[in-house]
Design a protein around this ligand. Structure first.
Ligand SMILES: CC(C)(COP(=O)(O)OP(=O)(O)OC[C@H]1O[C@@H](n2cnc3c(N)ncnc32)[C@H](O)[C@@H]1OP(=O)(O)O)[C@@H](O)C(=O)NCCC(=O)NCCS
Length: 199
């Protein structure tokens, strides 16, 4: 895990196209597909999923806006990624979830799309990414929205473990799926958290 490097995925990187391709492929593999959940949506909940995964173009847009981060290993392999929606940037016109968070909690950073490549899950990568964002805004709480129907137990467990707690439910998302709104205290106030690897 020590050989992972957190990078801002920026268009000037020589392997930019390859990074975007990898991120889109990871997102596709983690995308929630109702038709495959069958009678057991719990199966998805146990391993986690992206309810609004994006395609290459959207990840490229996020990168061009300086919002996309990844953890890569030596061979340029992406093991995890996430996007940060910065407090200083207005919500996108179609981003009703972030608009709700901004109206309710003020100008706060929101982490979206956090994901670890399946074979690298459970190795601390997503925690590192979230810590990175938290340290970028040490005085601000960090927010996340977690879909509740179907329930993403894995994401809830992960977020709880790293110090988030649920504040409320946002029920008016345009896709009809309610989102739990979760808050992590500013990094300067996280002294009461359990240290990593302490169960
Ligand atoms: C949710 C997800 C991002 C977590 O990533 P990860 O890299 O496996 O998480 P980490 O290894 O960094 O885990 C950090 C901590 O959370 C804990 N954790 C992870 N999943 C957990 C769960 N279901 N219940 C309780 N704790 C959990 C880990 O044990 C670890 O604790 P530790 O640091 O004390 O050892 C990953 O499962 C994933 O990509 N899921 C699919 C996409 C998704 O659901 N994204 C969230 C959208 S809101």
């Amino acid at each position: 895990m020590e050989n992972g490097e957190i990078i801002a995925v920026l268009p000037q990187l020589s392997d930019f196209d390859d990074l975007i391709t990898q991120i889109a492929a990871i997102a596709k593999a983690l995308a929630y597909r109702a038709s495959e959940a069958g009678d057991d949506p719990e199966r998805w909940g146990k391993s986690g999923f992206l309810v609004s995964h994006y395609g290459r173009d959207k990840y490229r847009d996020l990168a061009e806006q300086g919002r996309l981060y990844a953890i890569v290993q030596d061979n340029h392999q992406v093991v995890a990624f996430a996007a940060i929606y910065r407090p200083e940037q207005l919500p996108d016109v179609d981003d009703k979830g972030r608009e709700f968070i901004r109206k309710t909690y003020g100008r706060v950073p929101v982490v979206k799309q956090i994901a670890s490549e399946r074979t690298h899950a459970g190795q601390g990568w997503a925690r590192r990414l979230n810590d990175h964002f938290s340290h970028q805004y040490p005085d601000d709480p960090v927010f996340a929205a977690i879909v509740e129907e179907p329930r993403n137990h894995r994401s809830e467990g992960f977020h709880t473990r790293i110090g988030f707690h649920k504040c409320t439910t946002y029920r008016d998302h345009p896709d009809g799926k309610p989102r739990g709104i979760w808050r992590r205290p500013p990094s300067g106030q996280q002294g009461s958290l359990l240290p990593r690897n302490t169960k």
